[in-house]
Design a protein around this ligand. Structure first.
Ligand code: BGC
Length: 407
């Protein structure tokens, strides 16, 4: 997914991907080749939202997904030699991906269970990924979704997906909830309009994200927009463009105070600090993810978006030096678990968190399969991967062995 432009990575499956890999002038304007399909209007939110400038993870615990623990236990049963490491993996929180309409019933199950995980009155915060935009993953193929703009997907996204999620979140007013919205979506609008599917989706992407913000910004729900990663938006021109898009979309949604912040490195592999990026893209002023977050917050402030926090996906960024091209985003070989999820690890960062559940594939490696993206058989990709989101056991075991810090 994602693309990056140069670099990328992403969420979803990858956001990464970028798309234009070859050498790009990351900041050069690229004229759209297909006109954007006009979008439905958005009514800005006016009701109460979660408090602004607050870190929802401070003083709280993260919710542990029993569905993820089941996958870990399945691997433990199949590989008893690794049981000690695997046992540890049962205690880590991971992102809860709502990647299709049929995932809706699971929301109630998770929210009811989150209440039960809370002990001694300490709040337990689930982190949901809302990821079913019409024409999803416009610059790559591995995470193309179920809704298409041409087939009425915009209206279905609103009524069958976002409204239904909002209803369920509102039914648990005492449950604090964090939400990361639509990985790769607006970053694709910032840099990938030369991809015809992205150009055609521009208006609907903007309006759909604005709609999601307006509907989901409830007093108990802390929203984070996806902000790609250092290797995609690190260049000054890209960050400036991105900040202007956020400002427009948030204004449509009811104002910049509707969100708590931004999520970066979702499903990507960028290290927190070091010179990995300098070697891969010397012109990028953000060689690592912490530099990116710092510079992005400056670009956002210049656009009038202040006091926001960041969630950095550290699920698979423990090891640097594992890519030959920064734009490679799919099942990167040699990756290891990164920092364990924790609140407020450094200034500006609300949490390090395992957004991409370690062990879930980024995309299928077999070129004969649907949604095959060639990034999933790049020289940096692990062979034999199943479809995006499916359990990739050998890759999972490698992540544990390569963990940094060690498990
Ligand atoms: C996939 C989703 C999956 C998520 C988490 C994405 O790349 O497209 O279906 O839920 O990764 O693994």
């Amino acid at each position: 997914m994602l693309a990056l432009v140069l670099a990328s990575c992403g969420p979803k499956t990858p956001p990464e991907a970028p798309l234009t890999p070859t050498a790009p002038a990351p900041e050069a304007p690229t004229p759209p080749q297909r006109a954007a399909v006009p979008a439905m209007p958005v009514e800005p939110a006016t009701g109460p939202a979660a408090p602004n400038g607050v870190n929802p993870f401070a003083g709280a615990a993260f919710y542990i997904d029993p569905e993820y623990v089941k996958k870990v236990k399945g691997t433990a049963a199949a590989t008893p030699a690794q049981s000690a490491l695997l046992k540890k993996m049962e205690s880590f929180p991971t992102g809860l991906w709502l990647d299709s309409i049929e995932r809706r019933p699971q929301i109630d199950a998770w929210l009811a269970d989150a209440g039960k995980q809370s002990a001694n009155g300490k709040p337990v915060v689930p982190v949901f990924l809302v990821y079913d935009l019409p024409n999803r993953d416009c610059s790559a193929k591995a995470s193309n979704g179920e809704l298409s703009i041409e087939a009425g997907g915009e209206a279905r996204y609103r009524t069958e997906f976002i409204d239904e999620i909002a209803k369920r979140f509102a039914a648990y007013p005492k449950q604090r909830i964090a939400v990361i919205l639509e990985p790769d979506s607006l970053p694709n609008i910032a840099t990938n309009l030369s991809v015809p599917k992205c150009a055609a989706s521009e208006d609907v992407y903007r309006a759909s994200v604005a709609y999601a913000v307006a509907k989901l910004s409830l007093p108990n729900v802390f929203l984070y927009l996806d902000a790609a990663h250092a290797g995609w938006l690190g260049w000054d021109g890209n960050r400036t463009k991105m900040a202007a898009i956020y400002k427009e979309v948030l204004t449509q949604a009811g104002g910049v105070d509707r969100i708590a912040g931004f999520a970066t490195n979702v499903s990507n592999y960028n290290i927190l600090s070091g010179d990995d990026g300098k070697k891969l893209e010397p012109s990028n002023p953000c060689p690592d993810e912490l530099t990116y977050v710092q510079k992005l917050s400056e670009s956002l402030a210049a656009a009038g978006i202040k006091d926001k926090g960041f969630i950095i996906d550290t699920a698979r960024n423990g090891k640097g030096g594992i890519r030959t091209r920064w734009g490679n985003w799919c099942n990167i070989k040699g990756a290891g678990l990164g920092e364990r999820p924790r609140a407020a690890p450094v200034p500006l960062v609300h949490a390090y968190f395992w957004v991409k559940p370690p062990g879930d594939s980024d995309g299928v490696a077999d070129p004969t399969q649907p949604r095959y993206d060639e990034n999933c058989s790049s020289p940096d990709a692990s062979p034999g991967a199943p479809q995006a989101g499916q359990w990739f056991q050998p890759y999972f075991l490698d992540l544990l062995v390569n963990a940094n810090p060690p498990l």
